[in-house]
Structure formats: structure tokens, C-alpha cells
Ligand binder design. Structure first.
Ligand code: GAR
Length: 195
């Protein structure tokens, strides 16, 4: 059975859309895959409680407990590797991961980023897209490599920028597309349709 581990930092709405799709679309039967665990760097992440309610192993590796970034990365990798992931899915995981961590999961780590990459890497993507006068904006799922937010693109969805948009309105429009795109790309990777 393929194992999928999801990393979150907050609400975990993308994680919820992935878990829901895995159940609804029978990823176990169709792709031989299960969501093995949800892990957060914040013990208070709302998504952890939700995952536990679905019967999924959920735990926190609190980044504040580690003075050095590499020590956090090591502890996080230990927690992840107990589930032997085929795929490591960053879903609103807001810590920058070190090069050794990225190398350890080379070829099996993916991320979702709220912009049409390569435009607007980093933070505050919706505000920056509005300030730049973009007429379209969107979301990207990509492989994670050493270049922050710039690994090979696996899927994108586009939304219009509308008159009167605020960063919050735009973010909500993008998030609705995130919830559709991420499960679709992951199913494609698990089935081999996306290589
Ligand atoms: C999502 O919009 C995701 O694209 C973004 O954080 C949000 C998490 O929401 N990720 C990044 O900005 C990564 N750099 P969620 O916790 O409800 O899934």
C-alpha cells in the first residue's frame, strides 16, 4: 500500500479536501494508497483535530522546541519516516525546509502555492498580484526542489481578478480552486498518469 503523509501548519483546508477525495474516490482501491498521517509544526493547528476525527494518525513536531533549523528538520523527518511515505504532501506548511531534508524526499515531495508560478514566489501572493495589476491569478502544485517554490510544475488553476477585489476575496477564490486541483494532481501522481 502506498503511503501519503501530509504536512500542515494551520487550518488544513487543503488537507481536508485531499482526505475527503481519498475516501470519496476510493484511493485505496483505485491507487493502492492511503493517507497515513497528518503532521503539523504547530500543536494548535486546527487540522490536527479534524484528521484525528477521521481516524488518521495526527501529531505535531513543534518547531519552537528546536534551537536549530536542522534539528527540527531531523525530528520532522523521523516522524514522517515512521509512515514510510511514497508521497510527502505540503499543504499549507509554512516552514522553510533545509537542503538535507529536501534531498531526503527528492522525487516524492510536492507543494501547493497560491500563485501562478513562477510569478509571486514567497508570501503575500494575493496582495502582490493585485498590486501588480494582474488580470488573472491562481494556484500551482509543484515538486519541491532546493529552489524555493520553483520545482517542476505538476498542475495549475487560473482564476480571474475581478473589479473591487481585495486580497481576502481573491484568496478565497483561489482557495476554492486549490481544493479541486490538489486532490486531482495527487491522484494523477498515485495512478502514474502524471509522471
Ligand atoms: C493555502 O492557500 C496554501 O496554498 C498556502 O497556505 C494556505 C493554507 O491553507 N500555502 C503557502 O502559502 C505555501 N507557501 P490551508 O491550511 O487551509 O490548506
Amino acid at each position: 500500500m502506498k503511503s501519503v503523509v501530509i504536512l500542515i501548519s494551520g487550518a488544513g483546508s487543503n488537507m481536508q479536501s485531499i482526505v475527503s477525495a481519498a475516501l470519496r474516490e476510493d484511493w485505496a482501491g483505485r491507487h493502492g494508497a492511503r493517507i497515513a498521517a497528518v503532521i503539523s509544526n504547530r500543536p494548535d493547528a486546527a487540522g490536527l483535530a479534524w484528521a484525528r476525527e477521521q481516524g488518521i494518525a495526527a501529531e505535531a513536531v513543534d518547531h519552537r522546541a528546536f534551537a536549530r533549523r536542522e534539528d527540527f528538520d531531523t525530528a520532522l523527518a523521523e516522524a514522517i519516516d515512521r509512515h514510510a511515505p511514497t508521497l510527502l504532501v505540503l499543504a499549507g506548511f509554512m516552514r522553510i525546509l533545509g537542503s538535507a531534508f529536501v534531498a531526503h524526499y527528492a522525487g516524492r515531495m510536492v507543494n501547493i502555492h497560491p500563485s501562478l508560478l513562477p510569478a509571486f514566489t514567497g508570501l503575500d501572493t494575493h496582495k502582490r498580484a493585485l498590486e501588480a495589476g494582474c488580470t488573472v491569478h491562481g494556484v500551482t502544485v509543484h515538486r519541491v526542489t532546493a529552489d524555493l517554490d520553483l520545482g517542476p510544475i505538476l498542475g495549475q488553476a487560473v482564476v480571474p481578478v475581478l473589479p473591487g477585489d481585495t486580497p481576502e476575496l481573491l484568496a478565497a477564490r483561489v482557495l476554492a480552486q486549490e481544493h479541486r486541483l490538489y486532490p486531482r494532481v495527487l491522484a494523477g501522481l498515485l495512478s502514474g498518469e502524471i509522471s
